[in-house]
Design a binder for this molecule. Structure first.
Ligand code: GLN
Length: 312
């Protein structure tokens, strides 16, 4: 098995970077431009606390859909598994992440799972708090504890852009309101969702989230248990089956560990008992996943024997 070193990661980055050419950068993100297409960075933190990194690791990008796993953890804390999965399903979906047609065809009108936009908006609507601002404060506090980065903040520019480009998400939310899936204030749920998407993080922060999931939900510095293990199992299982949208089956085969992507080209990976990894590679494919990041994950899984289903 390949030894994990910064030099090895640098080689893996250079092998994977060419895959960025088949992707494109999401230009609705205000800080993004074409020059970022070839950016690729990775941070890994092992459960023993060792840190490794290579490439463009200092690049801060918005969480986008990686926020969906934090939202799910908070909703599970607030209401428990049974209640959360009365609102949202736990099945993978073959359509794009912002699909609306599935809301009409699925017999109970439940979104398929919490990793697609409709499901994440329905989950955001569950998070406890007086209003979107207060609920976002809880979200940010939890995220800062998980990452031990107390500087994490929402980008006002990204938030404004999410709102300005949010027509599809608004239609998902109002449709769910019409069917009784989303019963709370629709605008409030959307506002919280937009804010959650807009928090800026770098590779190390994403890796800390992966490590938190891999290491039993502990505050990584105080050792305090922040969330019960049974909720973490649920989140990792949902990441495995749906975290990479309609490429989740592909990633289950090629990576073999739970991952969650965002359209900023971010990917959180969690290898239970071993490590968390955070990737930033802004060029994404039509399904919303980083192209170079996906290639990098596949390579790491093979070289470092990360596949949870067994290695040769
Ligand atoms: N902000 C994007 C949206 O809501 C996030 C989607 C994603 O990262 N896949 O559509």
């Amino acid at each position: 098995m390949q030894e994990l070193t910064n030099e090895y990661l640098q080689e893996a980055i250079e092998d994977s970077r060419p895959f960025a050419s088949s992707g494109s950068v999401n230009m609705t993100i205000p800080q993004f431009d074409e020059t970022m297409k070839d950016y690729l960075g990775i941070s890994i933190i092992t459960t023993d606390g060792e840190c490794f990194s290579a490439g463009d690791t200092n690049q801060y990008v918005p969480m986008q859909s990686t926020s969906k796993i934090i939202g799910l953890m908070l909703a599970l804390q607030d209401f428990g598994k049974e209640r959360v999965f009365q609102t949202v399903g736990m099945e993978p979906m073959g359509d794009f992440f912002n699909s609306i047609s599935q809301l009409e065809s699925y017999d109970t009108h439940k979104p398929f799972n919490p990793m697609i936009n409709a499901g994440a908006i329905a989950v955001a609507a569950l998070i406890k708090g007086q209003n979107a601002e207060k609920r976002f404060d809880r979200y940010l506090k939890f995220l800062r504890q998980i990452t031990n980065n107390h500087e994490l903040e929402m980008s006002e520019e990204v938030y404004q852009s999410e709102k300005a480009n949010g027509a599809r998400n608004r239609s998902l939310a109002y449709f769910m309101h019409s069917t009784g899936t989303l019963v709370s204030d629709v605008e409030d749920a959307l506002d919280l969702y937009f804010r959650m998407n807009s928090v800026m993080m770098c590779g190390h922060d994403f890796a800390r989230v992966g490590l938190f999931l891999a290491k039993g939900g502990l505050d990584l510095d105080t050792g305090e248990k922040l969330i019960p293990s049974h909720h973490l199992r649920t989140v990792k299982a949902i990441m495995m089956s749906s975290g990479m949208y309609n490429s989740s089956g592909h990633f289950a085969v090629e990576a073999g560990f739970p991952c969650k992507s965002g359209v900023s080209g971010s990917i959180i990976g969690s290898i239970p008992g071993r490590m968390g990894l955070g990737i930033v590679g802004p060029a994404i494919d039509e399904k919303g996943n980083s192209t170079a990041g996906g290639a990098l994950i596949k390579k790491l899984s093979q070289d470092l024997e990360l596949n949870m289903f067994g290695v040769e």
